[in-house]
Every structure is written in C-alpha cells, then in structure tokens.
Design a protein around this ligand. Structure first.
Ligand code: NAD
Length: 378
C-alpha cells in the first residue's frame, strides 16, 4: 500500500504532519511510504532523516497525488489537487467539513475516502488519535505565553526589597482541553486563576488544578452525549455575560476558548464588558478562527479597544510547531496503525468500526457521515 505524505502548502503553517519517528513506524508496518521532498523542513527535519527511517522521498507532487493509495497531510487538500487522486484513495487530514461543503462535494465526486480527523469520536479508545485534543492542549499553553508576552506585568507574586508585586489574575472562559491546559500553565507561572464553563461537570477539574470556578446560575445547560457544550438560549447568554463581567474586570488576562461542535463559536465578551476592564489588560480569543468569542477580535491581529489588547492570533499550535507536529504525527501514526492489517499490509477501512463511522466523510462516491449529513441538513 503506497502512502504519500504531502508537504503543507498553507502559507505560514510551520507544523508538519509526519515526523521521522512516525515514518519509521509506518515503514515497519509494511507500508510503502513516500514523503514529498521538504516535508519536515519547517521543523528542521531533513529529507535524509525520513530516508533513514525507511521512507522514499519524491519532489514530483503531482505524480505522488496520482499514485497514492493513501494520502496523509495536515490541513484540508487544495481543491485543484482532488481530481488528481485515484478513485478509492484514502485521504486523511483536518477537513473542517462543516465549513468546507464544496470540498466535501469534490471529494465525493472523485470517489475519495476522506477521513476528517476532527470527527474522530472523543472516546477512550480513540484518545491516542485525537488531534483536536493534542492540538488544543499545546494551543492552551501557547495562549498563556502570548498573554504573558503582551501584558506589561509579570505573572508571579514577588516579595522584594522594592515592595511586593501582586500576582497576575487570569480568567479562563471555556474549560475543555485548551482551557484546562491554559489554567495549568498560568498556575505554573504563578498567576491567580479563575475559570468558567457552561458544563457544570468541569468545576471539579478546575478546582483540582488549584483555580477557582466562577459560579453563574444559567439554569439547565448540560452537554451532548459526546461531551460537547450545548448552545445557550439568548437569555442564558445574557445571564452569562452579566455574571462574567466582574470576573473579566478583575482579570489582567482573559483567555476565551469556548467552542460549539459544528457551529460558530458563541460571542461571550462584548464591548461593554471590555470597557469595564483595566487598560493594559489582555484578552486572548482562542476561538477567533471559528467565529470568535470576543467582539472586535481580528484574525492574526492585536486590536486595542479602550486600552485593552484583544489578541486574535490564529493557529496557536503552530507557535510551538515542533511539539504540535510531534503530537499530530503520533495521532496520525496511531490512527493508521489501529486499522492496519499486519498480514495483508493494508489499511482496513472498516465501515463498521465506530471510529471510522465517525470520521469518514465520503466513500465510494457517497457522503457517508451521518453526523455531517444531520448538521448540514439542519
Ligand atoms: P471544545 O473545544 O468543543 O469547547 C471548549 C470549551 O468551551 C468546552 O469545555 C465547552 O463546554 C466550552 N463552552 C462552550 N460554550 C460555552 C460558553 N457559552 N461559555 C463558556 N464555555 C463554553 O471542547 P473540547 O476541549 O474539544 O472538549 C469537548 C468535550 O470532549 C469535553 O467534554 C471533553 O472532556 C471531551 N473530551 C474527551 C476526550 C476523550 O475522552 N477521549 C478527549 C478530549 C476531550
């Protein structure tokens, strides 16, 4: 089975989908692995490192796309490359299917079996392949460092002959994977941390990290069967904003991570709330790429609003590209290994498996993901 790994073509992306250690693992499984020349360059992995791992290297991108039985990459495929792929080719990457309807249609028409890594179920078994978790984890870490860099104060308390310096106060909104890592990182740097999430189950997790859970009574909120937050009613959202205004005002750094699966992110901080904040404080909108939690946040920009620095940098995992690549690559390798038939040395696209059922979007000219169909047809 010929597996091709494509070099990322999205400008500014420094993560790489496969590092040499995972290449070696795939070669040991018996795959015929070919990487596109320059694949690991942005993380300082040379072609020779992949060759040492047993992979072949090719600069003929078009030929690679045309001949591969399986294609691995980081981001969604460029539209003009889809028609080059073989019918029946298994394509594994981030796909952002809910926002990429046209791309999904092209993949369907080309007869490609497109796996969207974002759609892997959040089960214990699938944890080792869960790119959402691994990338959110490093993003949460990167967000805190970004906050520290843009704040004109230090995080830890210091008792010095020049006086006592108060610790920085951090407020984390949304306590999923990214939020938990943001709390842990801010605590390690010595900040006093508060956090809020609409899923009441996270209160214990927040406390176990030594942070304070901000209580806001929103009535029934709950979560979906997969553990995702449900969208709030407009009344609940108004209550939440009111409840968070004070916590934002006493914070030096606010980090928002709130997401809703398959929908735009909820707008949680408006200009009125920003106006209550101290000039010089920093707000990091980690949801800026999926609609934004903060009014006025702009993608890849720092916007000053009444003296508050609102940061909307996209691709936070890309700021720690080497670690993010190591984790993404491990997730990808684990996914391929999990379904690898060691005898036949082929990937077994088992349509009855819960993970494949969740992540496979198109197959054999059809859209096969029930989740995709149900959200798109809403
Ligand atoms: P996410 O990125 O979808 O959302 C981030 C957080 O935002 C969530 O905690 C969500 O509750 C919160 N949120 C949504 N609306 C909000 C609002 N109005 N105000 C405040 N917060 C709001 O979350 P995620 O990190 O992908 O995690 C989603 C779920 O998956 C969680 O239950 C998590 O524990 C679970 N999970 C399970 C596994 C596993 O078992 N393998 C792995 C990772 C995550």
């Amino acid at each position: 089975m010929k597996i091709a790994v494509m070099k990322e073509s999205c400008p500014g992306e420094r993560r790489v989908p496969l590092i040499p250690a995972t290449a070696e693992k795939l070669v040991k499984l018996g795959a015929e692995l070919v990487i596109e020349s320059g694949l690991g360059q942005s993380c300082r992995f040379e072609d020779a490192d992949y060759e040492k791992a047993g992979a072949a290297v090719s600069a003929a991108r078009r030929e690679l796309l045309q001949s591969a039985d399986m294609i691995l990459r980081l981001r969604k495929p460029p539209a003009d490359e889809i028609e080059l792929m073989k019918k029946g080719c298994i394509h594994i990457s981030y796909l952002d299917p809910f926002n990429e309807g046209e791309l999904v249609e092209l993949l369907r028409r080309a007869g490609v079996s497109a796996v969207s890594l974002e759609m892997i179920p959040r089960s214990t078994l699938a944890q080792k392949m869960d790119v959402l978790s691994s990338q959110a984890n490093v993003a949460g870490y990167a967000a805190v460092l970004l906050g520290a860099e843009h704040l004109d104060k230090i995080f830890p308390m210091m008792t010095t002959p020049a006086g006592t310096i108060k610790p920085t106060r951090v407020f984390v909104i949304g306590v999923g994977v990214a939020g938990l890592q943001a709390i842990a990182t801010a605590k390690r740097l010595g900040a006093v941390v508060e956090a809020f999430d609409t899923r009441p189950v996270v209160e214990e997790q927040v406390k176990s990290l030594g942070a304070k859970f901000v209580k806001i009574d929103l009535g029934e909120t709950g979560q979906t069967k997969d553990g995702y937050a449900k969208a709030l009613t407009p009344e609940q959202l108004a209550l939440q904003k009111e409840g968070m205004t004070k916590a934002c005002a006493r914070a030096d750094v606010v980090i928002t991570t709130a997401q809703l699966f398959g929908r735009p992110a909820p707008r949680l901080i408006d200009s009125k709330m920003l106006a209550e904040m101290r000039p010089g404080s920093v707000v990091i909108d980690m949801a800026v790429e999926s609609g934004g939690n903060v009014e006025g946040a702009e993608l890849d920009k720092v916007t000053e609003i009444g003296g508050v620095r609102v940061i909307g940098f996209g691709n936070l995992p890309g700021r720690v590209a080497e670690t993010a690549s190591q984790m993404y690559s491990a997730n990808l390798g684990n996914f391929v290994e999990h379904f690898w038939d060691k005898k036949a040395k082929v990937f077994n696209l088992n349509r009855n498996d819960e993970i494949i059922k969740g992540a496979l979007i198109t197959h054999d000219g059809e859209i096969v993901s029930e989740m995709y169909k149900s959200i798109i047809n809403k």
